[in-house]
Design a protein around this ligand. Structure first.
Ligand code: SF4
Length: 366
């Protein structure tokens, strides 16, 4: 099981050793950090650096910006696009002079009230430049959290956004919010990239739920709400003489060559208990009986959402025979009886991996 508790220290250590030398990081002056964050709203960081230096040469401080003509500000912004950002910078600079005497505001609320500043930018400036314990969650940060913490709802919808915000607040180390937010952004840009995340060399891989579950390609979950199908499935952990029955899926189709506990879809009008007994008979020719319900696991994929009813099963003829019977496999290429502690050596689909993590703490297999 992965350990998200170690995530923040590992992330901060990685950032301390790998942070890019960006111009606004030399002083962390609030004006410079604010300008950089506004520029980065719709522009890649490597392009921001060149424009930032040019803008700061022209308007090196808040006073010079506040007294500038709009045409001059737009000229300095030329090439960056989304010119409303430049107009908002100018309007905000003038408001800071009028309302705060020219001193950059130092509360989250006052920063958030500036033209062109939303929750993310306010959190970034407040934490990075002012040392406030504020989170800054954008698409980059959401993606990292969706992978590390296995957010299985669409990340751009209200529930996914709320979960990312909640996790960021829970993980935020008091007094180090600026480094935490910068580290998350930098990590999302350089390692946990949108495409081709560098998992083999990832410094927080041991803490990453998505990697642990083998579902990095499914995180973050994208918004396809109309196409997301609910699927009801039953699965059974057949226990015999201290060993558990597992089978290896066929070499083609979904989850090819992964190991699994037998099971399958619950048919209309069928109870989950009846479904697992039927599925086991169809897939192995074993007659089983339900000894206990182990729980329900819900797991989201890109296009469907699985509700997995999990059962502990015994062989129908009792558990007396020392030698477990041979199955007649119809949905797998091979099978094994394995000790519970050996399950970690086999690759399982994510839903079954979650079940194994639960079983590790279960009295049923003790
Ligand atoms: S292991 Fe991969 S998916 Fe997980 S945090 Fe690292 S780079 Fe991202």
């Amino acid at each position: 099981m992965s350990d998200t508790n170690a995530f923040v220290p590992l992330l901060l250590d990685w950032f301390a050793a790998n942070r890019r030398d960006l111009p606004w990081r030399r002083s962390y002056d609030p004006y410079a950090v604010w300008v950089s964050e506004i520029m980065a709203q719709q522009t890649q960081m490597d392009r921001v650096v060149a424009y930032f230096d040019r803008f700061m040469d022209r308007f090196p401080d808040l006073a010079s910006l506040a007294t500038a003509e709009e045409d001059a500000v737009l000229k300095a912004w030329e090439g960056l696009g989304y010119y409303s950002r430049a107009r908002n910078l100018l309007a905000a600079a003038r408001r800071i002079v009028a309302a705060h005497g020219g001193a950059f505001p130092t509360s989250f609320e006052a920063i958030r009230a500036l033209p062109g500043v939303g929750d993310y930018t306010a959190g970034a400036v407040a934490s990075i430049a002012c040392g406030l314990d504020a989170v800054a969650v954008d698409a980059n940060v959401s993606r990292v959290l969706a992978r590390v913490c296995d957010i299985d709802t669409p990340i751009k919808e209200a529930a996914g956004k709320a979960r990312a915000l909640e996790l960021a607040r829970a993980l935020l180390p008091p007094g180090q919010a600026g480094a935490f937010n910068e580290a998350l952004m930098e990590f999302g840009a350089l390692v946990c990239r949108p495409k081709n995340p560098d998992c083999p060399r990832c410094p927080v891989a041991a803490c990453c739920q998505a990697r642990h579950l083998g579902i990095v390609a499914d995180r973050p979950v994208l918004s396809k709400s109309k196409d997301i199908k609910p699927i009801l499935v039953a699965t059974g952990v057949l226990l015999h003489q201290g060993k558990i029955f597992i089978q290896k899926r066929l070499p083609a189709g979904a989850w090819a060559n992964l190991w699994e506990f037998p099971g399958g879809r619950i048919e209309a009008g069928e109870t989950p208990e009846a479904a697992i007994v039927r599925e086991f008979r169809e897939e192995t020719d074993f007659t089983t009986s339900v000894a206990a319900k182990l729980g329900v696991i819900r797991h989201g994929y890109t296009f469907y959402r699985v509700t997995l009813h999990c059962f502990l099963l015994h062989l129908g003829g009792g558990n007396g025979a020392a030698t477990p019977p041979e199955p007649a496999l119809t949905a797998a290429q091979e099978s094994r009886w394995v000790a519970p502690e050996s399950l970690s050596r086999f690759a399982f689909p994510a839903g079954h991996r979650k079940l194994i993590d639960q079983l590790a703490n279960s009295l049923w297999l003790a």
